[in-house]
Design a protein around this ligand. Structure first.
Ligand SMILES: *[C@@H]1O[C@H](CO)[C@@H](O)[C@H](O)[C@H]1NC(C)=O
Length: 247
């Protein structure tokens, strides 16, 4: 009995060690820059050491949020580069060029579930699927204008249009967040309704201006890269035609 217990403890510690060693360690600024550059969203845990508050929870969440790339960094030179002064978990993302910090000294209570949620809320991509969790991250972003693709998951053009708009999104970093709203979900009825849409009307493209609480729909026709680009440009230069404004 004792022997079995000992064995299982041994296995547990081996698994924990594997988790630690599987996380890349960023040892200089160059490595950190390359790590951040390589994906749309990455997480870096800046920890003083393995005894730091939140370190264990961080490792647990890190293994749960795969395929989100996660790394560890204990090098002060890198901390300085990213304005980190105490143990901090940071999310770096390209869609709005943002570094979201969770300073551990300010966290009263830390659980790996809460951390996992923090990652999911802030996982904004070049095109982010709208749901109650990402909604929090989307509305917290400094970028208040959304380019929306309303489309039913499972429709024939779903993959093509998602890919097409996702490829356009980098041109509008810091100006628009590109958001996919699955019209097949009951929970998205309100978002569709806000644009006067029903699931059967999709696919459609719209712009939501969160600063002015205004909205526009791309006029009927093909959802081509060129047409969506012009739609975005017209919004930005203030010439978006009012005849496509829904109210
Ligand atoms: C605004 O952008 C649209 C779309 O690209 C373009 O057709 C129009 O000429 C632009 N207007 C101005 C004033 O820049």
């Amino acid at each position: 009995m004792l022997c079995i217990l000992f064995l299982s403890l041994l296995t547990a510690s081996v698994i924990a060690d594997e988790k630690v060693s599987s996380l890349p360690r960023l040892s200089d600024v160059e490595a950190a820059e390359a790590f951040i550059e390589a994906a749309e969203v990455v997480v870096i845990g800046f920890f003083q050491g393995e005894d730091s508050f939140g370190y264990k929870e961080f490792l647990t969440s890190a293994s749960e949020v795969s395929p989100l790339p996660v790394a560890l960094c204990m090098e002060k030179e890198v901390w300085a580069k990213y304005s980190v002064t105490s143990d901090t978990i940071s999310i770096f993302r390209k869609a709005d060029l943002h570094q979201e910090n969770l300073e551990l000294s300010r966290a009263k209570k830390l659980e790996s579930d809460g951390l996992t949620r923090f990652f999911q809320i802030n996982e904004l991509r070049y095109i982010t699927e709208y749901n109650p969790v990402t909604a929090v991250g989307l509305f917290n972003s400094e970028v208040k204008t959304h380019l929306l693709l309303f489309i039913n998951r499972g429709s024939t053009d779903f993959a093509v249009l998602k890919e097409r708009l996702g490829a356009l999104a980098p041109e509008y970093t810091g100006q628009f967040l590109f958001v996919l709203v699955n019209g097949g979900l009951k929970s998205n009825d309100r978002s569709l309704g806000y644009f006067g849409l029903k699931s059967r009307d999709l696919p459609k493209v719209g712009i939501y201006d969160g600063n002015l609480d205004r909205k526009w729909l791309l006029p009927p026709g093909e959802i081509s890269t060129e047409r969506v680009r012009e739609f975005c440009q017209s919004f930005l230069n203030g010439t978006l035609q009012t005849d496509v404004f829904v109210e």
